[in-house]
Ligand binder design. Structure first.
Ligand SMILES: [Zn+2]
Length: 368
């Protein structure tokens, strides 16, 4: 696991969805469970500005550094680079924090040169664009991870994105690259409103928009009938999984209704399918559900069994979380404080989802 203390206490501002702790919860919960011995933790380096130019423009990187230093942006910079907006605000660590998650993704490519598995829960900022911040993402660390994996020996890379939002920045980067397979599930009609099922790119784009309200049954069907067959047919040298936690029912930024069991089952299903495996975070805006989901991901990657009831040390991490400035949860329900695995939320499979999956399966049969 690559992590860093910079995420602890860092906030995009009192009213922003990213005011909640996330990576620090995963580190604390994993340690409280006895699942994160020192030799499994790597402190993330901060990417040097030059290392970011594989995807980002020097002007944008400089503008972001200047905005952090002065804690302000001019109207010109705001318009050109998307900085200082409600989504992408000026905040204390607005350069150092994303440069640290980007540093983790660049390092992951090196660590995986000879194979293995790396988990970077701070990664997954899939909306970042070359010249501007987008959707809470200042840099696009998944793009940088794919570039780093390639630089370190992986020719064919499969990127799977189960965040509730479409990975527009990653698609922008690799839509014309037949050696990068991109698979995204996301809620339909939700920002950024890209990721149509009809996008094919160089034959490498596979988008499945999902209607609001679908749960674990849909996630399992998509995993077994689309994601796995596609990845297996592609025979990648590396898999990158963006494991955003905002498709769970309790997340305030989407209306999908997965349980975190869906995430863990997808993480598990992709283990061993390629010699290199990088798992990133992504969205996730309910502090309890994101911390529990991503700690469960770490358990799966290490074959740790998740107990029905958490030990006291882990419960106290969850009891210490706060979600200020929101009204939907007055008191967190007991299972957010005492368990990691949700109760399943099967939900059935709507007909229109079956039709969409069948459309992509027909394309898959032509492709292999
Ligand atoms: Zn998201």
């Amino acid at each position: 696991m690559i992590g860093h203390e910079i995420y602890r206490g860092s906030s995009y501002g009192a009213h922003h969805p990213l005011r909640v702790p996330r990576v620090s919860t995963v580190m604390d919960l994993s340690r409280a469970m006895g699942w994160l011995p020192r030799h499994q933790f790597v402190q993330s380096p901060r990417a040097k500005p030059n290392a970011l130019t594989g995807f980002h423009t020097p002007d944008y990187i400089a503008a972001l550094q200047a905005a952090e230093a002065t804690q302000s942006v001019s109207p010109v910079v705001k318009a050109r680079h998307g900085l200082g907006t409600p989504s992408n605000p000026v905040f204390a660590e607005m350069y150092r924090r994303p440069a640290t998650s980007a540093g983790a993704s660049l390092l992951a490519g090196e660590m995986l040169a000879r194979g293995g598995t790396v988990y970077s829960p701070a990664g997954g900022t899939h909306h970042g664009m070359p010249d501007r911040a987008n959707g809470f993402c200042y840099f696009n660390d998944p793009v940088l991870a794919i570039q780093s994996l390639r630089h370190n020996g992986a020719a064919k890379i499969a990127y799977i994105d189960i965040d509730a939002h479409h990975c527009d920045g990653v698609e922008y980067a690799f839509a014309d690259d037949p050696d990068t397979l991109l698979i995204s599930t996301h809620e339909e009609n939700r920002w950024p409103r890209t990721g149509a099922i009809t996008d094919v790119g160089a034959g490498n784009l596979w988008n499945l928009p999902l209607p609001a309200g679908v749960g674990d049954d849909v996630a399992a069907m998509v995993r077994d009938t689309l994601i796995l067959p596609l990845v297996q047919a592609f025979r990648p040298d590396a898999i990158v999984l963006q494991c955003g936690a905002d498709a769970v029912l309790e997340d305030p930024q989407s209306r999908l209704a997965w349980s975190n069991n869906a995430h863990r089952a997808i993480v598990q299903a992709l283990m061993g399918v390629a010699p290199r495996y990088l798992v990133l975070g992504g969205g996730g805006y309910n502090p309890w559900s994101v911390g529990r989901c991503w700690t469960g991901v770490w358990a799966v990657l290490n074959n740790h069994e998740i107990p029905d009831a958490l030990p006291d040390a882990a419960q106290s991490v969850l009891r210490g979380l706060q979600w200020d400035g929101q009204r939907r949860v007055k008191t967190p329900p007991d299972h957010w404080l005492t368990t990691l695995a949700d109760a399943p939320r099967m939900g059935g499979i709507p007909d229109d989802v079956r039709t969409r999956v069948a459309t992509l399966q027909a394309r898959l049969r032509q492709w292999i």
